[in-house]
Design a protein. Sequence first.
Length: 318
Amino acid sequence: MSIMARMNGSVDGRVIYAHIDKSLGGGLGTKKIKKILSPGKCLRPRFLYHFAKPKYQKSSLFYPLASALECLHLYTLVHDDIIDNDTTRRGIPTLNGLFGNNQAIILGDIVRAGINSLILKSLLTPQEKIYSLEILTETDRVVNEGQLHQEEVETKPNTFSQAIWESVVWEKTGVLFWAAIALGNPAGDQALMREIGKHIGFLLQTKDDIWDFDLHQDANRAFSDLRSLSLNWLIIEGKRRIPGFMKKVKNAKVTKDFQAIADLLKKAGVVESAEQKAINHKKKILTLLPKLRVSKENAPHIERELDAILVIKTKYKK
């Protein structure tokens, strides 16, 4: 299936990105944005499909919704890359890496405008269009609040806590999964869908936080959260369990120093507890599915998606 992002034959990433391409308007901005457009995992559209009511699984309605959601995710990544000054993402040049921050900001705005185009030109009813735009607009607002929140707390790493981590992860990650669930469930319980989205976000971010400590990944990314003292669950637990932990992190200079800190976290059981934390989030999500009346046909697909996140491999060794 190569570049095709499929899940059980139901979600085609090429179709999603063709919709996004068309929504950009075909101008100079489109030509520049297309340099980074490549179907990825389409994780959020996949959750959208398997949580959606049957009506919204039909291609004529699903793909505009999925494309708008993926467009919003792409837009948030453009902002992240500018703020973090990242010139590549998973080996692909970022818009700011290619064209500088000024143009990247403008190009991000073009991507954001595509969201409205995708919904307004869809076959959704007028009421469904309003609902979808409300969900996407609220998600956009919360993600930006999360970015601001993270910027604030990372100036004071000694204040890192579980509550802060959960708040920022909901705002930057979980809310996009709430949107994925809510877009295909206009009549669903919003509080329940937020709870499920929150736990999917916690699961994904916990695994990502563990992955940051893998020395065998891209050398430019290994220990990046330690190097920059970013909000990371393992750092929070290290601070809680290991005396003088934050001082050790602040004094670390070279890779072997960060490796020693990672070894210390493993010895203290922090890595193992983080893995168990991720498993517990999956269990919580599964207990909530019947309350949302997820069909017996869709529930196994959702569980497989959660398992796929859980088995993200890290080659971390002591």
